[in-house]
Design a protein around this ligand. Structure first.
Ligand SMILES: C[S@@+](CC[C@H](N)C(=O)[O-])C[C@H]1O[C@@H](n2cnc3c(N)ncnc32)[C@H](O)[C@@H]1O
Length: 329
C-alpha cells in the first residue's frame, strides 16, 4: 500500500468507531482493505509507541523469556512485529488471537512477509506462552473478554502491554497492575514493586501516562503531515500508558533494578527549575529539579527522547542529586 491508496471512507469509519466506543460492540474489520488501511496509518503510529518502550527495555538489558509469543487482540499485528524485531532470538514462534478472523489472517500474512522462517500459528487456548503482547485493546473488552484475558495472562511468563495515554485507560492499567502484582514483577514503567502511588487520594487528578515521539523524518514528510491534519491527530504528541510484567519465580529471579524513579507525563520546564510528576517507591509527587544540578540533562527533559527513568535524592520536594542510570557520564 502507498499514500496514494489511502481510503478516507475506511479510515474515518474506523477512527469514528474507536472514538465513539462503538469498537467495543463486536468485530468491526469489514475487509482485508480495512486492516491494510489501519496498518499503514493508525497502527504505524502505535508502532512508534512500541519503539519507545522497547528501546528502554533493550537499553536496560531486559529480554523477554525465550519461547512462544502471543499477540492478544492482534488487529493488523503491529505489536508482535515490533516485539519480534526487537528480540528475534527470544521469540521461537508467534500465535495470533483476535475475535476477528480477518485480523488474525492479515496479521499472520504480514508477519510471514517480515520473518518467513518464524512459525506463525493461531492460538490454542491453554498452550504454553512465554510472552503475551497486548496493544490498544482494553477499552474494547466486556467483562467476559477481560476474564478471558486475565486467564491468558495467568498462563504467560511475561506481559508487554501498551494502551492510549488517556486517564481512563491508564487507570484501567493500574487496576490490572494491582491485580497481577502478587504473581509478577513490574518491569515498566514502575521503578518499584510496591502498590501504585497513583492510587493515593491526593493523586486523583493525575494518571500514569508517558510520551513517545515519531521518528525524526515524520515531521518533514508531507504525507504524514497531511494525514495528521486530515485525521485531526497531532503526530508529535504520542501519549501512551504501559505495563510490562515478568512472572516471579521460586527461588526469586533477580528483581528489576531498584533505587530509580520515573518522570510521569510531561515535565514543566521554567528558568530556575524543571517541575516533574515523579514516581518512586516512596510516592507519586511533584518534585522540583533546580537547573544547576545537572544543566545539560534538566534542560532537555521536556523532549520525548529524554530519559524518563532517573536516579534522584530529594528533600522537601527539591531534588538534591540527579543522574541518568543509562548514561556513562
Ligand atoms: C484498536 S485494535 C488494536 C489492534 C492492535 N493490537 C494494535 O495495537 O494495532 C483492537 C483489536 O482488538 C480486537 N478485540 C477487541 N475485543 C476483543 C476480544 N474480546 N477478543 C479478541 N480480540 C478483541 C479487535 O478486533 C481489534 O483487532
Amino acid at each position: 500500500m502507498t499514500w496514494e491508496d489511502l481510503d478516507w471512507k475506511i479510515l474515518d469509519r474506523l477512527r469514528q468507531g474507536f472514538l465513539s466506543g462503538a469498537a467495543a460492540e463486536g468485530p468491526y474489520w469489514q475487509s482485508t482493505e480495512d486492516l491494510a488501511q489501519y496498518d499503514f496509518t493508525f497502527a504505524e503510529r502505535i508502532g512508534w509507541k512500541w519503539d519507545h518502550v522497547l528501546r528502554e527495555l533493550r537499553q536496560r538489558g531486559w529480554v523477554p523469556p525465550t519461547g512462544p509469543l502471543l499477540d492478544w487482540g492482534c488487529g493488523s499485528g503491529i505489536a508482535n512485529r515490533r516485539a519480534v524485531a526487537a528480540w528475534p532470538e527470544a521469540v521461537t514462534e508467534v500465535s495470533l488471537f483476535d475475535h476477528s478472523l480477518l485480523a488474525q489472517d492479515y496479521a499472520a500474512n504480514r508477519l510471514r512477509e517480515a520473518t518467513p522462517d518464524l512459525p506463525v500459528r493461531s492460538w490454542e487456548r491453554g498452550s504454553k506462552i512465554a510472552t503475551v503482547v497486548i496493544s490498544h485493546v482494553v477499552n474494547e473488552l466486556d467483562a467476559d473478554a477481560a476474564e478471558d484475558l486475565q486467564a491468558t495472562i495467568s498462563a504467560a511468563e511475561a506481559v508487554i502491554w501498551l494502551e492510549p495515554g488517556t486517564s481512563d485507560v491508564a487507570g484501567d492499567l493500574v487496576a490490572w497492575r494491582e491485580r497481577l502484582r502478587p504473581d509478577f514483577n513490574v518491569i515498566y514503567p514502575c521503578p518499584h514493586q510496591a502498590a501504585c502511588g497513583m492510587l493515593a487520594p491526593e493523586n486523583a487528578r493525575h494518571w500514569c501516562h508517558h510520551f513517545a515521539s515519531p521518528p525524526g523524518e515524520v515531521g518533514a514528510d508531507s504525507h504524514w503531515v497531511k494525514f495528521g491534519q486530515r485525521a485531526g491527530i497531532d503526530l508529535r504528541s504520542l501519549p501512551y500508558s504501559a505495563l510490562v510484567l515478568q512472572r516471579k519465580t521460586d527461588p526469586p529471579n533477580t528483581p528489576p533494578e531498584s533505587g530509580c524513579g520515573r518522570i510521569i507525563g510531561r515535565p514543566k520546564v521554567s528558568k530556575p527549575f524543571t517541575r516533574v510528576l515523579a514516581c518512586d517507591e516512596n510516592a507519586v509527587q511533584t518534585l522540583e529539579l533546580p537547573k544547576r544540578l545537572a544543566p545539560a540533562l534538566i534542560k532537555k527533559l521536556d523532549r520525548p527522547s529524554a530519559p524518563r527513568r532517573l536516579r534522584w535524592t530529594y528533600q522537601n520536594g527539591i531534588v538534591t542529586q540527579l543522574s541518568d542510570p543509562n548514561s556513562n557520564g
